[in-house]
Design a protein around this ligand. Sequence first.
Ligand SMILES: *Cc1c(COP(=O)(O)O)cnc(C)c1O
Length: 444
Amino acid sequence: MTRIMQKLTYFETQNGITFAAMNFENSISFAKHSDEKDELRHFRDEFFIPQHNGKPCHYFTGNSLGLQPKAAENALRTELEDWKNLGVEGHFRGTNPWMYYHKFVSDHAALIVGAKPIEVVVMNQLTSNLHFLFVSFYRPTSKRFKIIMEAGAFPSDMYLVESQVKFHGLNPGEAIVEVKPRSGEQGLRHKDILQAIEDHKDEVALVFFSGVQYYTGQVFNIREITLKAHACGAIAGFDLAHAAGNIELHLHEWGVDFAAWCSYKYLNSGPGSVAGAFVHERYASDTSLPRFSGWWGHNESERFKMLKGYIPEPGAAGWQVSNAPVLSMAVHKVSLEIFARAGMEKLFAKGKQLNAYLTYVIKEALISNPKIQLQIITPEMPERGCQLSLLTGDNGKQLFDHLANNGVIADWRHPNVIRMAPVPLYNSFEDVYQFGQILQSYNE
Ligand SMILES: *Cc1c(COP(=O)(O)O)cnc(C)c1O
């Protein structure tokens, strides 16, 4: 077996921490040794890993649907028991009194996105949250009405923006400005994003980007995009579906106006589970913003007086509409506790190392097997989190099927991209190594 040693350059996280360069080896002993050294390795035991032919599969779709924490079942059972035994009284006398459920998760959700607890609320679903936030933060005037966003955004975001623009009686063709990659390129150049904002500076109302591009895995520079939007008199909002739990976020410090994310991708809270929303502290008691309101965002001490006249709770909680979906919140709560125990910095560091090792084993496979046609389209660090997107050649689907038949769960995205994300809570270096071996054995 050839063992090619490769020195990786140092890479930096956004807060300037550097990690030691690693000497990777394409061997099972190296992979096992790396797992032994990994102080987060025990967290894998807290998750159910789906099986393939009686063995744990190599699960690389934590970016699409995170795995089930073993604690989920008990968390659900507790709520079902309280409901069974207490009925409506569970709102006040439950183990986790349902009445206050959104408060039980705010601290930990705030850790995920780098926010103050008052800036975060867990509610609804991702796209719904964005609609509610657009109501408050996309307020076009005859002069300032444009939304600048990435081309090829996740479809829900395209439909969201298009419908919001139409809702205000505007023409999507004029109001939506998409920043596109240069010809022959896959990712967006950061300076092109800033330039697009500058080019429309007298007309832009909102700059709306994802934190991590779902297709390419590109990490956008949220801090600088926000600064530029503000310098041009616009609001900055973000869809953090692929960023929450994946990359380092400091929404408060970066001055982001609003953001939302889902909990079923990196946050492992179950299919369709409840989502998160962020509203910067500067709006915490701003009652001048229009909102679509409901009783749960109303001032808590007045909520059950059933009176007219909406008084919002301070902070993001004032954007709530409905009472919390407790069963979904229960799973989210225990999931977030795992993140808090592991520590975000350690998770981000391991995520980057797994990604770097994945990059390395793919390059090894490409060198040794000319039948594999793959190109990594995710930009290099620091524009990268856990995810790698692989553009396939003509035999892309066969290659993908080969992986699937050998116990690799990755994700095929039309027209020809394989997305994979080794995630730090439950993926191991051995998972990555075994993936490399399976890839390398492709022979069709
Ligand atoms: C996954 C994802 C969504 C999904 O939206 P839901 O409202 O949770 O169904 C939306 N936007 C982006 C960018 C996503 O990656």
